[in-house]
Design a protein around this ligand. Structure first.
Ligand SMILES: Nc1ncnc2c1ncn2[C@@H]1O[C@H](COP(=O)(O)OP(=O)(O)OP(=O)(O)O)[C@@H](O)[C@H]1O
Length: 270
């Protein structure tokens, strides 16, 4: 069981920029959480604190029974894997399989386990057919899956995905949806930073909203996307379905296409 706790965490960068103020957040084993908010809200800083890339200026971040201040980034990142927003900041091997294999090999798993994790992660990310390719000959969307696979192969309890839907087409989104389901079955916690509100409503029940370096709300999609105060404070735009439902005058709560279609059908029957 690996729980994540941020207790009253504040962080300032060395140049004095305050990036996070008094953030308190707990994420349980196996939970799926989306962090949303405008650029500069503090989302990336928050997740870098979660995986030990940054250490809090004040407050504590704990991963399981570890205080991240007492451990190196390399140690914490074995428990909290972080897929960067830009795959090109992460990839450094000349072929896809070596890139995915590096993490579990480096962690000292025995060779059979390294093979097993590498093949599992490549298959789950739909990139097995590109095993021998140079990642830089592949499109951005595939390179993103290469970085996701290389983090999944490390078998960490908590996985952070930064903007996973960027550049993905319908097939990529299906791969992501399936991957989230498999990770849930394995009791992995998944935290995503995203600007894609459709992705949020389709796959995440818990949403953390940030604005101006602070937490604004931590709730389910129905409560967030129909809460005018939260939307105004965070300048969040609800998913298109919710905007349309509002325009059509339906009662609050509609977020999925299927719900909107049902409401329209029911309404036109009356
Ligand atoms: N390395 C840095 N040095 C100084 N200030 C920084 C640094 N990185 C981020 N900041 C500042 O910290 C604040 C929070 O930034 P952060 O990147 O955490 O926000 P964000 O919500 O992730 O934004 P985005 O969606 O653009 O990634 C912003 O004011 C940003 O300019």
């Amino acid at each position: 069981m690996t729980e994540l706790h941020l207790n009253n965490v504040s962080f300032s960068y060395p140049d004095g920029t305050k990036a996070l103020e008094n953030l308190t957040l707990s994420i349980s084993t196996g939970e799926r959480v989306a962090i949303v908010g405008q650029n500069g809200a503090g989302k990336t800083t928050a997740v870098k604190l979660m995986n030990g890339l940054l250490k809090p200026t004040t407050g504590t971040v704990s991963v399981g029974d570890w205080d991240t201040k007492d451990h190196t980034t390399a140690q914490v990142s074995r428990k909290v894997g972080y897929v960067f927003q830009n795959p090109d900041d992460q990839i450094f091997h000349n072929d896809v399989e070596s890139e995915v294999r590096f993490g579990p090999k480096n962690m000292g798993f025995d060779p059979d386990r390294v093979d097993e994790l590498t093949n599992w992660a490549m298959q789950l990310c739909g990139i097995s057919e590109f095993a021998e390719e140079n990642p830089y000959n592949l499109p951005y969307s595939v390179r993103k899956f290469v970085t996701i696979a290389s983090v999944l192969a490390m078998d960490s309890a908590i996985i952070i995905l930064d903007e996973p839907t960027a550049g993905q087409d319908k097939i990529g989104l299906q791969v992501l949806g399936n991957l989230l389901q498999v990770l849930e079955e394995k009791q992995k916690s998944v935290i995503t930073i995203t600007h894609d509100m459709e992705f949020v409503t389709d796959y995440f029940t818990r949403i953390v909203v940030m604005a101006n370096r602070q937490l604004v709300a931590d709730d389910n999609a129905q409560h967030i996307f129909y809460n005018t105060e939260v939307l105004e404070k965070s300048m969040l735009k609800p998913p298109a379905v919710a905007q349309m439902a509002k325009l059509l005058g339906f009662p609050p709560g509609i977020l999925l296409k299927s719900q909107l279609i049902q409401a329209i059908k029911t309404n036109s029957v009356k």
